[in-house]
Design a binder for this molecule. Structure first.
Ligand code: PLP
Length: 385
Protein backbone atom coordinates (compact mmCIF):
# COMPACT_ATOMS: atom_id res chain seq x y z
CA UNK A 1 0.00 0.00 0.00
CA UNK A 2 1.44 3.39 -0.98
CA UNK A 3 2.43 5.83 1.75
CA UNK A 4 0.55 4.06 4.51
CA UNK A 5 1.06 5.04 8.10
CA UNK A 6 -0.01 3.09 11.15
CA UNK A 7 -2.42 4.98 13.39
CA UNK A 8 -1.22 3.42 16.63
CA UNK A 9 -0.95 5.80 19.49
CA UNK A 10 0.92 4.20 22.37
CA UNK A 11 3.68 2.10 20.85
CA UNK A 12 4.78 0.13 17.83
CA UNK A 13 2.31 -2.73 17.88
CA UNK A 14 3.00 -5.94 15.99
CA UNK A 15 -0.65 -5.81 14.92
CA UNK A 16 -1.66 -2.12 14.86
CA UNK A 17 -5.34 -1.13 15.06
CA UNK A 18 -5.50 1.35 12.19
CA UNK A 19 -3.74 2.62 9.11
CA UNK A 20 -4.18 5.38 6.56
CA UNK A 21 -3.40 5.22 2.84
CA UNK A 22 -2.29 8.43 1.14
CA UNK A 23 -1.50 7.66 -2.48
CA UNK A 24 1.11 9.32 -4.70
CA UNK A 25 -1.75 10.50 -6.92
CA UNK A 26 -3.34 12.20 -3.89
CA UNK A 27 -0.06 13.93 -3.07
CA UNK A 28 0.10 15.24 -6.66
CA UNK A 29 -3.45 16.59 -6.41
CA UNK A 30 -2.72 18.19 -3.02
CA UNK A 31 0.28 19.98 -4.50
CA UNK A 32 -1.77 21.15 -7.48
CA UNK A 33 -4.46 22.54 -5.17
CA UNK A 34 -1.84 24.32 -3.05
CA UNK A 35 -0.14 25.78 -6.13
CA UNK A 36 -3.47 27.02 -7.51
CA UNK A 37 -4.23 28.57 -4.09
CA UNK A 38 -7.82 27.27 -4.44
CA UNK A 39 -7.99 25.12 -1.32
CA UNK A 40 -11.53 25.60 -0.04
CA UNK A 41 -14.40 23.61 -1.59
CA UNK A 42 -13.84 23.50 -5.34
CA UNK A 43 -13.35 21.11 -8.25
CA UNK A 44 -11.74 18.26 -6.28
CA UNK A 45 -14.59 18.21 -3.76
CA UNK A 46 -17.05 18.08 -6.66
CA UNK A 47 -15.06 15.31 -8.37
CA UNK A 48 -14.85 13.41 -5.10
CA UNK A 49 -18.62 13.66 -4.60
CA UNK A 50 -19.27 12.43 -8.14
CA UNK A 51 -16.83 9.52 -7.81
CA UNK A 52 -18.10 8.51 -4.37
CA UNK A 53 -21.73 8.54 -5.59
CA UNK A 54 -20.76 6.50 -8.67
CA UNK A 55 -18.84 3.97 -6.52
CA UNK A 56 -22.02 3.22 -4.59
CA UNK A 57 -24.50 3.69 -7.45
CA UNK A 58 -26.22 6.63 -5.72
CA UNK A 59 -27.43 9.74 -7.54
CA UNK A 60 -25.99 12.36 -5.17
CA UNK A 61 -23.19 12.66 -2.63
CA UNK A 62 -22.72 15.65 -0.33
CA UNK A 63 -19.23 15.94 1.17
CA UNK A 64 -18.91 17.41 4.66
CA UNK A 65 -16.26 17.80 7.34
CA UNK A 66 -16.88 14.65 9.43
CA UNK A 67 -19.01 11.56 9.77
CA UNK A 68 -20.69 13.18 12.76
CA UNK A 69 -21.64 16.19 10.62
CA UNK A 70 -22.90 13.77 7.97
CA UNK A 71 -25.22 12.15 10.54
CA UNK A 72 -26.35 15.53 11.95
CA UNK A 73 -26.97 17.11 8.54
CA UNK A 74 -28.95 14.08 7.37
CA UNK A 75 -31.07 14.43 10.55
CA UNK A 76 -31.50 18.18 10.03
CA UNK A 77 -33.23 17.57 6.66
CA UNK A 78 -36.16 16.24 8.72
CA UNK A 79 -37.14 19.87 9.46
CA UNK A 80 -37.96 20.28 5.76
CA UNK A 81 -40.52 17.49 6.24
CA UNK A 82 -42.17 19.28 9.17
CA UNK A 83 -40.20 17.85 12.11
CA UNK A 84 -40.02 20.01 15.24
CA UNK A 85 -37.07 20.53 17.60
CA UNK A 86 -37.23 17.86 20.29
CA UNK A 87 -38.77 15.23 18.00
CA UNK A 88 -37.29 11.75 18.21
CA UNK A 89 -34.79 9.74 16.20
CA UNK A 90 -34.32 6.04 17.00
CA UNK A 91 -30.71 4.87 17.27
CA UNK A 92 -28.99 1.74 18.58
CA UNK A 93 -27.75 1.81 22.18
CA UNK A 94 -24.38 0.38 21.14
CA UNK A 95 -22.52 2.50 18.62
CA UNK A 96 -19.78 5.06 18.56
CA UNK A 97 -21.09 8.00 20.61
CA UNK A 98 -21.08 10.24 17.50
CA UNK A 99 -24.34 8.69 16.25
CA UNK A 100 -26.28 9.92 19.28
CA UNK A 101 -24.32 13.17 19.55
CA UNK A 102 -25.29 14.02 15.96
CA UNK A 103 -28.99 13.54 16.75
CA UNK A 104 -28.68 15.94 19.71
CA UNK A 105 -26.61 18.40 17.65
CA UNK A 106 -29.38 18.46 15.05
CA UNK A 107 -31.90 19.37 17.77
CA UNK A 108 -33.60 15.99 18.22
CA UNK A 109 -33.90 13.51 21.07
CA UNK A 110 -32.15 10.18 20.58
CA UNK A 111 -34.34 7.21 21.53
CA UNK A 112 -32.29 4.10 22.06
CA UNK A 113 -33.00 0.51 21.08
CA UNK A 114 -30.95 -2.39 22.39
CA UNK A 115 -28.73 -4.41 20.05
CA UNK A 116 -28.16 -8.12 19.53
CA UNK A 117 -24.72 -9.22 20.73
CA UNK A 118 -24.44 -11.66 17.81
CA UNK A 119 -24.88 -9.01 15.10
CA UNK A 120 -23.85 -5.91 17.13
CA UNK A 121 -26.77 -4.15 15.44
CA UNK A 122 -30.13 -2.71 16.45
CA UNK A 123 -32.60 -5.45 17.37
CA UNK A 124 -35.44 -4.93 14.87
CA UNK A 125 -37.92 -6.63 17.25
CA UNK A 126 -37.40 -3.81 19.76
CA UNK A 127 -38.03 -0.85 17.42
CA UNK A 128 -41.82 -0.60 17.27
CA UNK A 129 -42.14 -0.47 21.06
CA UNK A 130 -40.31 2.89 21.18
CA UNK A 131 -42.12 4.61 18.29
CA UNK A 132 -44.21 7.57 19.51
CA UNK A 133 -46.10 10.37 17.73
CA UNK A 134 -42.83 12.36 17.93
CA UNK A 135 -40.70 9.78 16.13
CA UNK A 136 -39.40 11.10 12.83
CA UNK A 137 -36.61 8.75 11.79
CA UNK A 138 -34.75 5.52 12.44
CA UNK A 139 -30.97 5.66 12.20
CA UNK A 140 -29.57 2.12 12.07
CA UNK A 141 -25.79 1.74 12.33
CA UNK A 142 -23.93 -0.99 10.42
CA UNK A 143 -21.43 -1.55 13.22
CA UNK A 144 -18.05 -3.03 12.24
CA UNK A 145 -19.36 -3.01 8.66
CA UNK A 146 -21.96 -5.70 9.44
CA UNK A 147 -25.23 -4.74 7.70
CA UNK A 148 -28.14 -3.93 10.03
CA UNK A 149 -31.48 -5.68 9.45
CA UNK A 150 -32.49 -3.21 6.74
CA UNK A 151 -35.43 -5.20 5.30
CA UNK A 152 -37.17 -5.21 8.67
CA UNK A 153 -36.21 -1.61 9.42
CA UNK A 154 -37.43 -0.32 6.03
CA UNK A 155 -40.71 -2.18 6.51
CA UNK A 156 -41.25 -0.67 9.99
CA UNK A 157 -40.35 2.78 8.66
CA UNK A 158 -42.81 2.48 5.76
CA UNK A 159 -45.64 1.43 8.06
CA UNK A 160 -44.99 4.32 10.48
CA UNK A 161 -44.07 6.99 7.86
CA UNK A 162 -40.53 7.38 9.20
CA UNK A 163 -37.37 8.36 7.36
CA UNK A 164 -34.45 5.92 7.45
CA UNK A 165 -30.97 7.43 7.72
CA UNK A 166 -28.22 4.82 7.56
CA UNK A 167 -25.14 5.46 9.67
CA UNK A 168 -22.73 3.73 7.31
CA UNK A 169 -19.65 5.29 8.93
CA UNK A 170 -18.03 1.89 9.38
CA UNK A 171 -19.58 0.07 6.46
CA UNK A 172 -17.84 1.15 3.25
CA UNK A 173 -18.25 -1.64 0.72
CA UNK A 174 -20.82 -3.68 2.70
CA UNK A 175 -23.74 -5.31 0.88
CA UNK A 176 -27.09 -6.78 1.85
CA UNK A 177 -29.07 -9.02 -0.52
CA UNK A 178 -26.95 -7.70 -3.40
CA UNK A 179 -27.65 -4.05 -2.51
CA UNK A 180 -24.87 -1.73 -1.44
CA UNK A 181 -25.10 -0.50 2.14
CA UNK A 182 -25.62 3.24 1.89
CA UNK A 183 -28.26 3.01 -0.85
CA UNK A 184 -31.16 1.47 1.07
CA UNK A 185 -32.35 4.27 3.39
CA UNK A 186 -33.39 7.76 2.23
CA UNK A 187 -29.91 8.96 3.15
CA UNK A 188 -26.68 7.29 4.32
CA UNK A 189 -23.91 9.01 6.26
CA UNK A 190 -20.31 7.85 5.97
CA UNK A 191 -17.30 8.82 8.04
CA UNK A 192 -14.14 9.46 6.03
CA UNK A 193 -11.94 9.65 9.11
CA UNK A 194 -8.50 8.08 8.75
CA UNK A 195 -8.74 4.30 9.15
CA UNK A 196 -11.97 3.98 7.17
CA UNK A 197 -11.74 2.39 3.72
CA UNK A 198 -12.28 5.64 1.85
CA UNK A 199 -10.66 8.36 3.90
CA UNK A 200 -10.06 12.09 3.52
CA UNK A 201 -8.20 12.05 6.91
CA UNK A 202 -11.09 13.95 8.51
CA UNK A 203 -14.36 14.08 6.61
CA UNK A 204 -17.79 12.70 5.95
CA UNK A 205 -20.19 12.25 3.05
CA UNK A 206 -23.91 11.62 2.67
CA UNK A 207 -25.50 9.64 -0.16
CA UNK A 208 -29.06 10.07 -1.38
CA UNK A 209 -31.07 9.50 -4.55
CA UNK A 210 -33.34 12.47 -3.81
CA UNK A 211 -32.48 15.80 -5.48
CA UNK A 212 -34.53 17.57 -2.81
CA UNK A 213 -32.56 16.02 0.05
CA UNK A 214 -29.25 16.61 -1.74
CA UNK A 215 -30.09 20.29 -2.14
CA UNK A 216 -31.15 20.58 1.50
CA UNK A 217 -27.88 18.97 2.66
CA UNK A 218 -25.79 21.23 0.40
CA UNK A 219 -27.44 24.18 2.08
CA UNK A 220 -27.18 22.69 5.60
CA UNK A 221 -23.39 22.14 5.32
CA UNK A 222 -22.99 25.81 4.51
CA UNK A 223 -24.87 27.55 7.34
CA UNK A 224 -28.27 26.85 5.76
CA UNK A 225 -27.53 29.22 2.89
CA UNK A 226 -29.71 28.95 -0.24
CA UNK A 227 -28.68 31.99 -2.26
CA UNK A 228 -25.81 34.33 -1.48
CA UNK A 229 -26.38 35.34 2.13
CA UNK A 230 -29.95 34.13 2.22
CA UNK A 231 -30.23 31.58 5.03
CA UNK A 232 -33.35 29.46 5.00
CA UNK A 233 -32.33 26.76 7.49
CA UNK A 234 -30.34 26.62 10.71
CA UNK A 235 -27.24 25.06 9.23
CA UNK A 236 -23.77 23.87 10.09
CA UNK A 237 -20.31 25.00 9.09
CA UNK A 238 -19.22 21.64 7.75
CA UNK A 239 -17.59 21.98 4.36
CA UNK A 240 -14.90 19.72 2.96
CA UNK A 241 -11.77 21.32 1.52
CA UNK A 242 -9.75 20.53 -1.62
CA UNK A 243 -6.83 18.93 0.25
CA UNK A 244 -9.14 16.45 1.97
CA UNK A 245 -10.95 15.72 -1.29
CA UNK A 246 -7.59 15.03 -2.99
CA UNK A 247 -6.79 12.38 -0.35
CA UNK A 248 -10.27 10.94 -0.89
CA UNK A 249 -9.85 10.77 -4.68
CA UNK A 250 -6.61 8.85 -4.13
CA UNK A 251 -8.44 6.37 -1.91
CA UNK A 252 -11.34 5.87 -4.31
CA UNK A 253 -8.78 4.86 -6.94
CA UNK A 254 -7.59 2.00 -4.69
CA UNK A 255 -10.99 1.22 -3.11
CA UNK A 256 -11.25 -2.32 -4.52
CA UNK A 257 -7.70 -3.08 -3.45
CA UNK A 258 -8.28 -1.91 0.15
CA UNK A 259 -11.69 -3.61 0.35
CA UNK A 260 -10.26 -6.84 -1.07
CA UNK A 261 -7.41 -6.93 1.46
CA UNK A 262 -9.70 -6.13 4.37
CA UNK A 263 -12.21 -8.79 3.28
CA UNK A 264 -9.42 -11.34 2.92
CA UNK A 265 -8.28 -10.50 6.46
CA UNK A 266 -11.81 -10.60 7.88
CA UNK A 267 -12.65 -14.00 6.37
CA UNK A 268 -9.27 -15.40 7.42
CA UNK A 269 -9.73 -14.26 11.01
CA UNK A 270 -13.33 -15.53 11.15
CA UNK A 271 -11.91 -18.89 10.11
CA UNK A 272 -9.07 -18.81 12.66
CA UNK A 273 -11.47 -17.88 15.48
CA UNK A 274 -13.74 -20.88 14.82
CA UNK A 275 -11.37 -22.79 17.06
CA UNK A 276 -12.20 -20.37 19.92
CA UNK A 277 -15.95 -20.32 19.36
CA UNK A 278 -16.62 -21.75 22.82
CA UNK A 279 -15.07 -18.61 24.35
CA UNK A 280 -15.71 -15.70 22.00
CA UNK A 281 -18.52 -14.28 19.89
CA UNK A 282 -16.98 -12.81 16.76
CA UNK A 283 -18.36 -11.37 13.53
CA UNK A 284 -20.06 -13.84 11.19
CA UNK A 285 -20.91 -13.27 7.57
CA UNK A 286 -24.21 -14.75 6.37
CA UNK A 287 -24.92 -15.78 2.76
CA UNK A 288 -27.15 -12.78 2.12
CA UNK A 289 -24.58 -10.19 3.18
CA UNK A 290 -21.07 -8.90 2.68
CA UNK A 291 -19.40 -7.22 5.61
CA UNK A 292 -17.49 -4.03 4.70
CA UNK A 293 -14.66 -4.72 7.13
CA UNK A 294 -13.93 -1.97 9.61
CA UNK A 295 -12.40 -3.98 12.47
CA UNK A 296 -12.85 -7.40 14.10
CA UNK A 297 -15.01 -7.58 17.22
CA UNK A 298 -14.31 -10.16 19.93
CA UNK A 299 -16.86 -10.56 22.74
CA UNK A 300 -16.25 -12.91 25.67
CA UNK A 301 -18.99 -15.47 26.15
CA UNK A 302 -20.66 -15.72 29.57
CA UNK A 303 -19.20 -17.45 32.63
CA UNK A 304 -15.56 -17.63 31.60
CA UNK A 305 -12.78 -17.86 34.19
CA UNK A 306 -11.16 -14.65 32.88
CA UNK A 307 -12.18 -11.02 32.30
CA UNK A 308 -12.17 -8.78 29.26
CA UNK A 309 -9.62 -6.57 31.03
CA UNK A 310 -7.15 -9.45 31.51
CA UNK A 311 -7.65 -10.54 27.88
CA UNK A 312 -7.10 -7.03 26.51
CA UNK A 313 -4.05 -6.50 28.71
CA UNK A 314 -2.56 -9.73 27.43
CA UNK A 315 -3.19 -8.70 23.82
CA UNK A 316 -1.52 -5.37 24.52
CA UNK A 317 1.54 -6.98 26.15
CA UNK A 318 1.89 -9.28 23.16
CA UNK A 319 1.73 -6.38 20.69
CA UNK A 320 -1.89 -6.67 19.51
CA UNK A 321 -3.56 -3.26 19.65
CA UNK A 322 -7.27 -3.18 20.50
CA UNK A 323 -10.12 -0.79 21.33
CA UNK A 324 -13.16 -1.19 23.56
CA UNK A 325 -16.29 -2.22 21.69
CA UNK A 326 -17.96 1.14 22.44
CA UNK A 327 -20.52 1.62 25.24
CA UNK A 328 -24.23 1.52 25.84
CA UNK A 329 -24.66 5.24 25.23
CA UNK A 330 -27.82 5.78 27.35
CA UNK A 331 -26.50 3.87 30.38
CA UNK A 332 -22.72 3.85 30.22
CA UNK A 333 -21.90 7.30 28.80
CA UNK A 334 -22.14 9.92 31.56
CA UNK A 335 -22.97 12.59 28.97
CA UNK A 336 -26.33 10.87 28.34
CA UNK A 337 -27.47 10.76 31.95
CA UNK A 338 -29.85 13.61 31.14
CA UNK A 339 -32.14 11.08 29.45
CA UNK A 340 -32.70 9.30 32.77
CA UNK A 341 -31.99 5.68 31.84
CA UNK A 342 -30.53 3.26 34.38
CA UNK A 343 -27.92 0.54 34.09
CA UNK A 344 -29.66 -2.66 33.06
CA UNK A 345 -32.06 -0.98 30.60
CA UNK A 346 -29.95 -2.06 27.60
CA UNK A 347 -28.50 -5.42 28.69
CA UNK A 348 -27.12 -6.52 25.31
CA UNK A 349 -25.34 -3.24 24.61
CA UNK A 350 -23.98 -3.19 28.16
CA UNK A 351 -22.81 -6.79 27.80
CA UNK A 352 -20.95 -5.96 24.58
CA UNK A 353 -19.31 -2.95 26.23
CA UNK A 354 -18.29 -4.89 29.34
CA UNK A 355 -17.08 -7.96 27.47
CA UNK A 356 -16.16 -6.78 24.00
CA UNK A 357 -13.12 -5.41 22.25
CA UNK A 358 -12.08 -4.99 18.62
CA UNK A 359 -8.82 -5.34 16.73
CA UNK A 360 -7.53 -4.19 13.35
CA UNK A 361 -7.98 -6.08 10.07
CA UNK A 362 -6.96 -3.23 7.79
CA UNK A 363 -5.19 -3.29 4.44
CA UNK A 364 -1.67 -3.18 5.90
CA UNK A 365 -2.14 -6.28 8.04
CA UNK A 366 -0.76 -9.46 6.48
CA UNK A 367 -2.02 -13.00 7.06
CA UNK A 368 1.03 -13.90 9.15
CA UNK A 369 0.08 -11.12 11.58
CA UNK A 370 -3.38 -12.68 11.89
CA UNK A 371 -1.77 -16.09 12.49
CA UNK A 372 0.15 -14.34 15.25
CA UNK A 373 -3.12 -12.99 16.75
CA UNK A 374 -4.47 -16.55 16.86
CA UNK A 375 -1.26 -17.74 18.53
CA UNK A 376 -1.56 -15.01 21.17
CA UNK A 377 -5.20 -15.94 21.86
CA UNK A 378 -4.24 -19.62 22.14
CA UNK A 379 -1.46 -18.75 24.59
CA UNK A 380 -3.85 -16.64 26.67
CA UNK A 381 -6.45 -19.40 26.83
CA UNK A 382 -3.82 -21.94 27.78
CA UNK A 383 -2.76 -19.77 30.70
CA UNK A 384 -6.27 -18.77 31.82
CA UNK A 385 -8.62 -21.74 31.39
C1 PLP B 1 -20.80 4.44 13.77
C2 PLP B 1 -20.13 5.78 13.65
N1 PLP B 1 -20.89 6.87 13.44
C3 PLP B 1 -20.34 8.09 13.31
C4 PLP B 1 -18.98 8.27 13.36
C5 PLP B 1 -18.44 9.65 13.29
O1 PLP B 1 -17.49 9.86 12.33
P1 PLP B 1 -16.36 11.01 12.48
O2 PLP B 1 -15.36 10.52 13.45
O3 PLP B 1 -15.84 11.13 11.08
O4 PLP B 1 -17.06 12.25 12.95
C6 PLP B 1 -18.14 7.15 13.54
C7 PLP B 1 -16.68 7.30 13.56
O5 PLP B 1 -15.96 6.57 12.95
C8 PLP B 1 -18.73 5.88 13.72
O6 PLP B 1 -17.98 4.81 13.95
Amino acid sequence: MENSAALSTKKDYRVPFGTVSITDEAVKLINKALESKWVTRGKYVQEFEEEFAALFGAKFAVAVSSGTDADAIACATLYDEGAQRGDEVIVPALTFVATANAVVQAGFRPVFVDVDRNTLNMNPDAIEAVITPKTRAIMPVHLMGKPAAMDRIMDIARRHYLTVIEDAAEAHGAELNGKKIGTIGAMAAFSLYAAHIVTTIEGGIILTNSPKLAEAMQSLRNHGMVNKFEFSRIGFSAKMNEIEAAVGLGNIAIFEDILGKRRRNLLYLIDLFQEFDEYFITLREEDHEKIGPHAFSIILREKLPFTKESFVEFLDQEGVDSRNLFYSIPTQCPSYQFLGHKLGDFPEAEYCADNGTHIGIHQDIELNQLDYVAEVVKKFLKQNL
